[in-house]
Design a protein around this ligand. Structure first.
Ligand code: ADP
Length: 480
């Protein structure tokens, strides 16, 4: 049975209750996790607070960085074990989990290297004054993370926070949290002091809600649904703490008639099918210039038809979706598309021999006459792509922005002026030109505009998000 990590110890929930963990591959319970409650959150926050005034709080930036780098190395030593855990828990193809674990290690390396490179400033002021601007940690940081990339999201959230000297309390998703707990155990092995990194497992409405409204936290970072994002922001407001929110997305590819389809088509397919479409930054809307619409759809149809969903061991294009609710959600949207008169242009297949009861769905490509369907607005979080034609550059930009979300975008054209105009015209936190890499690398600042949230993660900028400044104004003139 999995346990939580609080104050450097592996513990059960204070009341001993547990939750079943279901495998998406066959729908069967395969282990349990503690069902943490507010008492467990209280303990975790108290231990984080104690760490800040103890061993952890006294570490130099260099020492924090070294610990993070060591944790990155440790993760790589346990690469295959962690990948197996991740696939078991989420149903991902093994090669996807292996890539996720490498990315997790990279978060620790990147922010480990960054820890001692955040410098303060001196500010010119009045005669006989010296003014310093120093950076300080926020304190106890709360991290509520989702199930779609458990290991990666954990690294993305805690690595910059630890680098800056915060003490973390993490509430991973009840649907997939096993890799997170294992990495927190590894953190203890490499020497992170008790309380610097706590993990409380449990339900969102119990442990998650208790964490987000806890008066002992100084910051919350959340990635997940818009509905819960609003609750988190309200809870943060009650305690007047800052929050960073990464919510949904409905990101558009904009394909012009001069696009290089050899590059664009595989990237568009991967952008929606990878991780079974369960990626906030999935390219889930496709806008194609009318003159090449049929040609693009033909090529995409061929590529879509060859996609296959299977078990982690089969290691095909994608795995199952994470749970029954998600399975029903994807099915609902496919039926909705059909009932609204959209056309299915192509479908992938589900591999022979997948276990009964697994949450497998077929990757699906829809074509629509215009942009009015709810499939263009709602985040499906499955491998469902909807395409629509456009005529002019202005129309393409307007359509790309015709959603409440604003996470990512991509423009495909060889025309340099158009590349810049469209990239700048799309309202999103990241825009690709002639490429697509859901969320980009660890080095690239990332986050949303509009209802996709606010604040930035990844890149060096994340170190600023999880710290604050103090201005020290020193008068050194003679006083007599
Ligand atoms: P999804 O609908 O995709 O599962 P959620 O937004 O519900 O996404 O979940 C993302 C994370 O937020 C998970 O760790 C979940 O446990 C947590 N969560 C869900 N509800 C709440 C809540 N009311 N308060 C705090 N955290 C929550």
């Amino acid at each position: 049975m999995t346990q939580m990590i609080i104050n450097g110890e592996r513990v059960n929930a204070a009341d001993g209750r547990t939750l079943d963990v279901v495998s998406p591959t066959d729908g069967q319970v395969f282990t349990t996790i503690p069902r943490g409650q507010s008492a467990d959150i209280d303990n975790a926050v108290a231990s984080a607070r104690a760490a800040l005034s103890g061993d952890w709080g006294r570490k130099t930036a260099l020492d924090r960085g070294r610990l993070l780098v060591k944790l990155g190395e440790k993760v790589l030593e346990h690469h295959e074990e962690l990948a197996q855990i991740e696939s078991r828990d989420t149903g991902k193809p093994l090669s996807t989990s292996r890539a996720d674990i490498v990315a997790l290690a990279r978060y620790f390396e990147f922010y480990g290297g960054g820890a001692d490179k955040v410098h303060g400033q001196t500010i010119p002021y009045q005669t006989d004054y010296s003014v310093q601007l120093i950076r300080e940690p926020l304190g106890v940081t709360a991290h509520i993370i989702p199930w779609n990339y458990p290991a990666q999201m954990f690294g993305r959230s805690v690595a910059p926070a630890l680098a800056m000297g915060n003490a973390c309390v993490v509430k991973p998703a009840e649907d997939a949290c096993l890799s997170v707990v294992r990495v927190a155990e590894l953190a203890l092995e490499v020497g992170f002091p008790a309380g610097a990194l706590n993990v409380v497992t449990g339900l969102g409405e119990e442990a998650g809600a208790a964490l987000s409204r806890h008066s002992g936290i100084n910051f919350i970072t959340f990635t997940g649904s818009n509905e819960v994002g609003v609750l988190i922001q309200k809870a943060a407001a009650e305690n007047a703490v800052k929050c960073v929110l990464e919510l949904g997305g409905k990101s558009a590819h904009v394909v012009f008639d001069d696009a290089n389809l050899n590059v664009a088509v595989p990237a568009i397919v991967k952008g929606i099918v990878y991780n079974t479409g369960q990626t906030c930054t999935a390219g889930s809307r496709l806008l194609v210039q009318r003159s090449v619409y049929d040609k693009v759809m033909q090529q995409l149809a061929q590529a879509f038809s060859s996609t296959r969903a299977g078990t982690p061991e089969m290691d095909l294009t994608c795995g199952p979706v994470v749970n029954k609710a998600q399975f029903q959600r994807v099915k609902h949207y496919v039926e909705k598309g059909l009932s609204e008169g959209l056309t299915i242009i192509a479908e992938g297949t589900i591999a022979d021999g997948v276990p009964e009861g697994g949450y497998f769905v077929k990757p699906t490509l829809f074509s629509a006459p215009d942009h009015s369907s709810c499939l263009f607005q709602d985040e499906i979080f499955g491998p469902v792509l909807v395409a629509v034609p456009f005529d002019t550059e202005e129309e393409a930009i307007a359509l790309a922005n015709a959603t409440d979300y604003g996470l990512l975008g991509a423009v495909w054209t060889e025309n340099g002026g158009r590349q810049q105009r469209v990239a700048r015209g799309i309202q999103a936190g990241q825009v690709y030109i002639n490429g697509f890499g859901a969320g980009g690398g660890i080095e690239l600042p990332f986050g949303g505009v509009k209802k996709s949230g606010h604040g930035r993660e990844k890149g060096f900028i994340a170190l600023e998000e999880v710290s604050t400044t103090k201005t020290i104004i020193h008068y050194y003139g003679k006083t007599n």
